[in-house]
Design a protein around this ligand. Structure first.
Ligand code: FAD
Length: 463
């Protein structure tokens, strides 16, 4: 008789958990997965997928405007929020069902309940009030939006969890925060015609990204009509007859219909029984793991956002897959977290891989920086002022490209392909040797010949 009910018990059917469960079951393991909300997790239900659908919807505003310069006329263009939300809901229900079906087809037992650890090999299913045992347990509970509880009236704000389910389109929205979720929703609401204000405490959006990209994004978003209140904080929200009245730390008063708090996410570990099971966590509550996603307890593992490494879906999937290969496939696999290409679906969009200029200057002694800013062809006869920005950061000592940053249409698609080149260790000479695809915007990436700046640390130090 087997010593445990299962070989593997996965807590959380999101990006990382689902992949780990399916692959482990494929190796013959007896696997169960618990999900307290909906199969698919954050990405499918209230993250990447519905967000991108809303981004597509918002972009039609520009497309209708641009079409006029190309000879189109349209009588009346109108947008209907409930139609969009219903279509989005239908699509994520379809995807969630596929996730569930794929798990079952792989032989994974899907349990619709919250699960909490009760020991190194046991889990309590709170919905069913029973305890099950497993040889290995995988924590894949993801992240959750954080709220600033010191703000008076914060209960009137919503998070990215609720924003996807708003029944009506707000006429005015105040978005608090400056991370990728904040700027993406600013683009969505602004594009759909909601009066949009972004409030953030720093001078610039998107901390951690290349400084020039941040500046130009701010400029282009402002040009599109997003209002920014910078270097200020959210102090108070009061419900009024007409909506919500927000007061900032510096005393500015804003009337709005919805406050979307997007100030960050934290690992989803509260009440999970980690202390009881002896699993160590960081100050931020993240499960501490080694390169094989092993926690401080030999039978317990963790992947995805709950470990707070690189909080992106493809990374969680890779970590889940590597865990299953290592523990059940007899093949030790380590996930390489370096040079992860990424996109921000702001408007305009950002695609990036590697180091920003500021970060590169901390690490390298000599850099050649190539930059270009131009009006893409679409914007010529459409009359749109928006410009695309591209930057290549090169280690001048080795000629290796250490960062590429694009702000403009299809930047996310470019980042995926740039990611291959940069991951392979491409040099600037390799970029130069690549023939352009004409006429595209991306061809600029292989036609920038002269550095815009030759930065040398010793010259800076000598000044
Ligand atoms: P999750 O996908 O969050 O899954 C965790 C699951 O565990 C959830 O379904 C949850 O209900 C369940 N759970 C939690 N606790 C328990 C419990 N005790 N018992 C049972 N079930 C439990 N990433 C990208 O790569 N690209 C994007 O464009 C992108 N956009 C995003 C937009 C938004 C608005 C948000 C919020 C996130 C976005 N992300 C994006 C991030 C991405 O969603 C996460 O990195 C990814 O989902 C992490 O996967 P995970 O498996 O770690 O956790």
């Amino acid at each position: 008789m087997a010593a445990f009910d299962y070989d593997l018990f996965v807590i959380g059917a999101g990006s990382g958990g689902v992949r780990a469960a399916r692959i482990a079951a494929g190796y013959g393991a007896r696997v169960a997965i618990a999900e307290e909300y909906r199969a698919g997790g954050t990405c499918v239900i209230r993250g990447c997928v519905p967000k991108k659908l809303l981004v597509y919807a918002a972009r039609f505003a520009d497309a209708f405007e641009d079409s006029v310069g190309f000879g189109w006329t349209s009588e009346r263009v109108a947008f209907d929020w409930p139609t969009l939300i219903a279509a989005k809901d239908k699509e994520i229900a379809r995807l969630s069902a596929i996730y569930e079906r794929n798990l079952e087809t792989a032989g994974v037992e899907v349990l619709h309940t919250r699960a909490v650890l009760t020991g190194p090999n046991s889990v309590r299913l709170t919905g069913e009030d029973r305890v099950v045992t497993a040889g290995r347990i995988l924590i894949a509970t993801g992240g959750r939006p954080v709220a600033d509880s010191s703000v008076e009236g914060i209960e009137h704000a919503i998070s990215s969890n609720e924003v996807f389910d708003l029944k009506t389109q707000p006429e005015r929205v105040l978005i608090v925060g400056s991370g990728y979720i904040a700027v993406e929703f600013a683009g969505i609401f602004n594009g759909l015609g909601t009066e949009t204000t972004v409030l953030h405490r720093g001078p610039q959006v998107l901390r951690g990204f290349d400084e020039e990209v941040r500046g130009y994004l701010h400029e282009e978003m402002s040009r599109k009509g997003v209002n920014f209140i910078v270097s200020d904080t959210l102090a108070r929200i009061v419900r009024t007859e007409g909506g919500l009245e927000v007061t900032t730390g510096r005393g500015t008063v804003i009337e709005t219909d919805v406050v979307l708090s997007a100030i960050g996410r934290a690992p989803n570990t509260a009440g999970l029984g980690l202390t009881e099971a002896g699993v160590q966590t960081s100050e931020r509550g993240a499960v501490i793991v080694d390169e094989y996603s092993r926690t401080s307890v030999p039978s317990i593992f963790a992947v995805g956002d709950v470990t707070d490494r690189v909080n992106l879906t493809p990374v969680a999937i890779r970590e889940g897959h590597a865990f299953a290969d290592t523990e059940f496939g007899g093949r030790a696999v380590v996930v390489d977290h370096a040079l992860v290409p990424t996109a921000v679906f702001s408007q305009p969009e950002i695609g990036t891989v590697g180091l920003g200029e500021g970060a590169a200057k901390q690490q390298y002694a000599a850099l050649d920086i190539y930059r270009t800013r131009f009006r893409p062809m679409l914007n010529t006869i459409s009359g749109r002022e928006e410009r695309t920005f591209m930057k290549i950061v090169v280690d001048a000592e080795t000629d290796r490209v250490v960062g590429v940053h694009v702000l403009g249409p299809d930047a996310g698609e470019m980042a995926q392909l740039l990611g291959i080149a940069v991951k392979m260790g491409a040099t600037k000479a390799d970029f130069d040797a690549t023939m352009a695809v004409h006429p595209t915007a991306a061809e600029e990436l292989v036609t920038m010949r002269t550095p815009s700046e030759r930065w040398r640390r010793e010259q800076v130090a000598a000044r």
